[in-house]
Structures are given as C-alpha cells and as structure tokens.
Write a protein that binds this ligand. Sequence first.
Ligand code: HGY
Ligand code: MN
Ligand code: MN
Length: 402
Amino acid sequence: MPQISINSGRLLEDMSRLRTFGACGTGVVRPAFSEADIAARKWLANRMKEAGLEPVFDPAGNLFGLPAGDRPCLLVGSHTDSQPEGGWLDGAYGVIAGLETARTSIEAGGPPVAVVSFQDEEGRFGVLTGSRIWSNALSLAEADRLADATGRTFGEVRRSMADLCTGDFLPADRFSGFIEAHIEQGPVLDSAGEVVGVVDAIVGIRSENLRFRGQQNHAGTTPMAMRRDAFQGLVAFTDELNRRLAEIVTPASVWTIGHVAVHPNAASIVPGEVDFTVQWRDGEDARLDRMREVIIGAAEKTARTRGLELERSAYMAVPPTATDDTLRARLEAAAEKLASGKWRKMPSGALHDAANVSRLMPVAMLFVPSIGGISHDFAEDTAEEHLVLGAGVLAEAVFKSQ
Ligand code: HGY
Ligand code: MN
Ligand code: MN
C-alpha cells in the first residue's frame, strides 16, 4: 500500500478559495441554492473534474465526485451550504479534506475514493435535506413542499439549478461506507489541547414549529387582565418548559428556541400571534420522546391557562446514530499514528449528514478542534496545522480501509 501524504498547500488553497463564495467578514453567507452556493458548487464540480473525478449533481442538488470504474468505494465529504451566518469551515472542511484525499489517492495509485457535498445540510428548508432525500428519509415530492423563512419552496429553488443536474440519485451500493471529517463545533478538543476527535455517536435531534394565537389589540387601551398576548404566552411557556425539562434531562441534553416571529411585531400592538421553533437533542431516543411530551404538555397548559390557541407543524426527527466499529477503528488507528496521545473518542453534539447516510451504509466521523468552541458564527475558526493534520488522519484511514 503506497504511503499517503496529502498536499497541504493545495488543501489550504482550496479551503481559502471556497471561503470566497458568500464571504462575509471572516465567515460566509452561503445558504442552500443561493447564488453563492450554486457558484461554489460549480467551482467544486470543476475541482473534482481537475482531480480526475466525474462530477454528478443529483435532483436534490447533492454534488458527488465519482472515481473511474464502478467498484464500490468509500465516500468522503460533508456539505458546502452554510447557516444564515455561517463559519468558513462548517461542512466545507469535510468536503475539501475529502477531495484532497480522493485526488491524493489517484496520484499515489491508491484505492478509488468518491467525494460528496450534500445540499441544504444547514436547513434553509428542512434540517439535512439533501442527505435525507438521498437516504430515503424524505421523498423529493415532500421536500419540494418545504419552504424557507421567506416562503420560497425547495422545489422552486432546486429548479433554478436544474441545468446542473446530471443524473438521477446515485444508488447507495456504489459506495462501501461514508467518512465525514468536520470541525467539532464545541469546546472539548480545544480546551483539552487535543487535535483530533473520533466520533462514537451522533446525538439525535427533534424539532417542531409551534404557534400561539391570541388577540391583537391596542397596547394602551387594553387592560392587562383582558389581554390574550401571544408573546407573553411564549415567555410563560419557556419558563414552564425549562422548569419541567430540568427534572428529566442530563447535562448532555440541549433544547433551543432559536427562531421566533412575533406578529405584527409593532411597539404599540399587543402581539396576536407568535411562531417559534423548539429544537431538542439528546443521545437517547427514549429521552427525546419524554422531552417531547414535556414540550407539548407545557405548550398545551400555557394555551389553556392564557386563552390562546396552539398550532403545531413540521415535526422532524433524526434518531441518535452510532458510528461503524470497523471504520471507526481505522480512524482511531490513524489518529494514534499521527496524533498519539492528543486525540479522544467523543460524541457529536452537532448533527451531521453521516446520521442520514448511516441508513444506507457504515459511517464514521472525525473532528478537528474549533477555536474557543465557536461555530455557527462568523468567528468560527481552526488552526491551519489542525486542518492539515485532520485531513492526513482521514486520508490514512481511507487508505487503510480498502
Ligand atoms: O445544527 C447542526 O447540528 C448542524 O450543524 N446543522
Ligand atoms: Mn455541518
Ligand atoms: Mn452547521
């Protein structure tokens, strides 16, 4: 087996070039199907071609780079779309580290390696949309009805890049397994002074859209006792939720009300409506179920006691995912070889496309440190030597897996 050594300069150059698409300060604004996202995918398809891979866009906008031949091979990658305010590394790192692994393998006469950038991992339309469609967890027809915050649908926007679509969905048996390199997006490695994380499990995620509907009214003439204030309902719900969840969770459980829309959102009007998302994550499905019971119970109690109507929609669930023992062992051996004493096995508190792909094939993940544990923020960053080392561990594991 030839010795693998990635081209670190080329890796960093491609990372910097990808960063220019949707660049905003030190971060990026590159939501799925935005102009910047499509331009980045076209650039990536070209880089795949230059590397000797055949670029294939599927109907969901997922971009694959396929090696010659049709022997099942390892698939490596992540996503290149970003959060509305995204870091330059979230997803992008795993795609470029995967591309570097694939082209180094071709140059070294190593095993065939395929690369992927999944579409809409960051959930402009629906969390992990591209890999959910590819892994048959969501039909293309259902996905087409998903809308973003402005009301534009997945169906509408994906038709804007239909000219790029080069083929139908690739069959899963084209690949023998999936390895995703990603920034940790949390504080563990950085605060421990370690340089690689090998993921043993990815937490499960649930989310639901809720709406309290009360009575819009004049903010000056409506006595407090007569109000059916939807925003005050959200405040009371959140207080009740925090108290009741505290009784059933562990320190690893998290829940977030990250999106709130108050209607009509005017200083002199008692809010008649509030739309908000509740997203919760945990390593155990049974606890995710219990958390859902608490969330819905608190919402129903708030509506009842405050004379509000409650509406629920868009419930989404991705179960906790264990990584594959064999692939994970390759990553552990590579980490021990290249970062002995400075790596650890750890869970992923963030969700990743690997969680969906695990429905189709064995998966594994590796992390590199996030400086200060910051992510989903323009300030997200990782030391260059850690980016290079992580790509080396990925390549070493990929070479040893085939
Ligand atoms: O939210 C997540 O865990 C992922 O970064 N989209
Ligand atoms: Mn990501
Ligand atoms: Mn993310």
